[in-house]
Design a protein around this ligand. Sequence first.
Ligand code: GAL
Length: 711
Amino acid sequence: MMRLWTILLVLLALKASAQSLRFQEQYPGVWKGIFGKPDKYTLLSAAAPTPQVETLERLQSVDFPLPKMEVHAELIDGKTYLRFPLQKNEQIYGLGLNFQTVHQRGKILNLHVDHYGGKDNGRTHAPVPFYISSRGYGVLINSAQYLTYYVGTGVRKDAKVPAEVKDRNTDKSWNSRPYSDAVEVYVSAEGAEVYVFAGVNALDAIKRYNLFCGGGTLPPKWGLGFTQRVQKLYTADDVIKEAAEFEEHGFPLDFIGLEPGWQSKAYPCSFEWDAGRFPDPAALVKKLAEKGVRLNLWTNPYVSPDAPISKSIEPFTGSHTVWNGTVPDLYHPDAKRIVAEQLKRSQINIGISGYKIDEVDGYDYYLWPDMAKFPSGISGVQMRQTYGVLAQRLTDSLYRQQNKRTFGLVRASNAGANNMPYVIYNDYYSHQDFITALVNSGFCGVLWTPEVRGSKTGEEWLRRFQTVVFSPMAMINAWSSGTKPWSFPEVADKVKYYAQLRMELMPYLYSEFAKYHFEGTPPFRAMVLEEGFQGQTNASLSNQNLETNPYLEAVNREVKDQYMCGEYLLVAPLFTGESTRKVLLPKGNWYDFYSGRYVGNGEEIVTKPEDDRIPVYVKDGGIIPMTTARLHAPAAGEKVNLIIRHYGEKEGVYNLYDDDGVSFDYEKGAYSWRSIQIKRSAGGKLVREISAASKNKPDNFGTVRFEWMGQ
Ligand code: GAL
């Protein structure tokens, strides 16, 4: 009798703690659901994005994308268990900056800010708890705790779609990972805040997520030029010489990055110039500016006992140190103020253009442990999950105060920082995996650069260089290697061609970033987000028994080595040792970027490019606004001439963006969109048109020339 009562009581308690989430629509297609008592401090409190309400409200309204009753939430052992249903033919993307896989279904991920250790296990520079379904919706869990995702791995007794039991002795189709019908998440908190983003397709849901998080960042024009990071102990004279060498070689250069040696002490840092190597930093900045070159500074946030702010910041630092430096509590107003004053006084006020914020991802052995305490009350874990975001926000705000855009580098980020002007990088160096990271960056609202450092051969140098040109930040990081773009004479001309191409593509790239900001479309993104691509399955897989691999139905071929760069360009990198490769083209006609030649339609092609080129293709009707090769990005108000390429047979439209390129005035409407239209006349000829810039709006384009590619 007693036992029966106990069982009944346990059952009642279970029922009380299990609930379905109640969702409320916040904007068309964006719902928020709350379960239990979520933490006060979340990813979104760290990033504090301002949703682009007007744009969100203009989007097509869509229904809640999941069966609500099947979204489950429950408190277990003081933690929140969330479950979201999965259909058989559904693939899952995202969940942070992964380097080796695009398909996340079937994986277990512990989302944890960390350096990338060579495995996609959830520990990465931006472990963003946002996933996107191939069925056109996304789910964000707004928690700054560690999160464990079982992405279609757990098999429950009460599964809606039960997995079949098989006998391994006799049944060849037995599988060690039976079919699972849910994404299950374990959140280390007594509640959770969940956002669901719907869309007419996966890209549409991503756009909503990006707009909700403030829209993507719009870099200054110079941020899209070329950047060289110099060796760590360079002096001011070395830097001046470096800039002059770029000019002599005719290589573009918009900003130089100084590595640890600009500071008098590093690891931990003094945040002060080394007086020996840099006797007059203001004069250096000025001299470089006259040459059209800006300076970016490396730093990590850990404070040396020799830093001028060491004493004043001490009360506002965490309980543990990093390399014996104190850790500023970047959520505490006093710590923020002290760091801000130091950066402004010593660097920003003399014209430093931005920062490379290093070591905010950590590596367990040198970062603070999880039980570390911070004066603002944020736990060691929450601080770790958001430290990179807090550092981005603080520095960005200092530039905003001066109405100047910055563009820099950071080694950790998280959800909500979509509008922060920072690009993620790391110390890992697999070229292939760098491209997969670029593909994945578009699923989680971050930017990633496949930076070039050193190379064993000229061939590797060229291959790496070509891809960094088709990425958010075209950079050589020579902090250790001392390499220059021309370091491999056998490929120096080819490298120069691509450095110049980057500058020629500036009007296109800038417009694509504007679309990231104003519409939420990631400028670098996976092929599966491209119309006409999703349906493509690997023919050799289609006849197999689904029970052998329960995910086959969802696993259309994983494509992780080609990607879209903006609206019209498909980039398919070649890696060292390759002179030929396969490329999967979405439906529609595609054309070679260089020659305009037709290459295929909705098929797999094999390409063997001439002249060691990187394969790049353009969609039918593609319009690519370019300019002439130049050494520096256009300054504010400087006019550039346009060369507008049209590819293929189809009519096309392109929205060309422009503003002053340096300030935040675009947020107050000081920008223009010009419409480029290619139409067929009654006689069948292609004719072109470009609308004028709106009155009293920025108008920085000079002459316009059209090029019909391949005709
Ligand atoms: C590393 C960073 C490198 C370089 C180096 C300088 O942490 O990833 O890019 O900046 O520090 O010490």
